[in-house]
Design a binder for this molecule. Structure first.
Ligand SMILES: [Zn+2]
Length: 337
């Protein structure tokens, strides 16, 4: 029997409980004082190991257990087996492909056009929070050295927005750890980094000059965050990284993803599917906080009017071009009221 200590999170609250995990004969017992729950080992999924990062076990229903006992997790859920199996899968497909150039070409097409976009979502959803936070921190560092300056908004204005935002995300499932960073960039922008940071530019704050409109924009960005769109965008556009990360989930994968992230986020043109998904999330979020989808419709309408009068070199165009299909989004938001 293998035994290790862990912290149990119920998946809804930040608080944890100390538990002991016992693994024996494909069954896992979770023990807290006198209480004991037994599960099938196959019902528990385990994230890929990242050096220096705690391992995370996901239970059916979304609760998680975090533990620093790498050896015990490795003994019960060996990583090597997964990598070897995946490598074997690739190799067996590969040898088939070299049989004919034609097959190789169509296989490559299939992987790039079909498999990678499909793989991006499950891969992005299975990163551990700490892995995402590390990528987000690295991305912000790059943005700070290359694209952004410190915010010049008055401290009281920033504090007021931060307080409003903190109340806006409090007790929201799936977006724990969301926080704001203010930066000065040449255009109005708001974008979400993996791990929970939303960057808001001074120009977006002054352009909107209205807290309800700002919270509607942030609700939409929380939708991108919650659905892991930033990570999926990068995974979809960098095929090799998908494989490296899916197979290993280690520091090499992180370096590749963090390097590709700033350009992907700053030049993002989210797909219609991603935009509508982020909006649908925003409707619910706004409704839970005493507002309504109408707030989103209103701010989108303002953007649409600005877009009609702005010329192509207007800095606002950059944000609007990265968030397409305004008219459709306004219509859907108003229907969702
Ligand atoms: Zn968007």
């Amino acid at each position: 029997m293998s035994t290790f200590d862990g912290l149990l999170y119920d998946g809804r609250h930040a608080a944890f409980r100390r538990v002991v995990v016992e693994v024996e004969d494909a069954r896992v017992a979770i023990v807290e004082d006198d209480a004991r729950a037994v599960l099938a080992q196959s019902d528990i999924s385990v994230d890929a190991p990242v050096p220096g990062v705690v391992r995370r076990l996901t239970l059916p229903g979304g609760a998680t257990i975090e533990t620093a006992d790498h050896a015990a997790v490795e003994a019960s859920w060996p990583t090597k087996g997964t990598i070897a199996r995946a490598a074997f899968w690739l190799e067996s497909r590969w040898s088939m492909a070299v049989a004919a150039v034609l097959i190789t070409a169509s296989l490559v097409w299939l992987i790039v056009a079909v498999v990678l976009p499909l793989a991006a979502e499950p891969v992005a959803r299975n990163f551990s929070p700490r892995f995402e936070e590390a990528i987000g921190a690295q991305t912000l560092k790059t943005i700070d050295t290359r694209f952004a300056r410190p915010s010049l908004l008055p401290t009281e204005r920033r504090k007021a927005i931060e307080e409003k935002f903190a109340a806006f995300v409090e007790r929201e499932p799936g977006i724990s750890g969301a926080r704001l960073e203010f930066r000065r960039m040449p255009f109005p922008n708001a974008f979400a980094l993996p791990g929970g940071t939303i960057v808001l530019t001074d120009k977006m704050v002054t352009l909107l000059d209205d807290d309800d409109a700002l919270m509607a924009v942030l609700a939409h960005e929380l939708g991108h965050l919650q659905a892991k769109h930033g990570m999926r965008l990068v995974l979809q556009s960098s095929g090799v990284a998908v494989l490296v990360t899916a197979l290993a989930g280690d520091a090499a994968g992180m370096t590749i993803l963090a390097a590709a992230m700033p350009a992907a986020l700053l030049n993002a043109r989210y797909s219609r599917e991603f935009e509508l998904e982020a909006d649908r999330y925003a409707y619910g979020h706004l409704a839970r906080h005493g507002s309504s989808p109408q707030a989103l419709a209103d701010v989108l309408r303002r953007f649409a009017e600005d877009k009609r009068t702005a010329d192509v070199n207007d800095p606002l165009m950059r944000y609007l071009n990265s968030h397409p299909d305004l008219e459709e989004r306004i219509r859907l938001a108003e229907e969702a009221r």
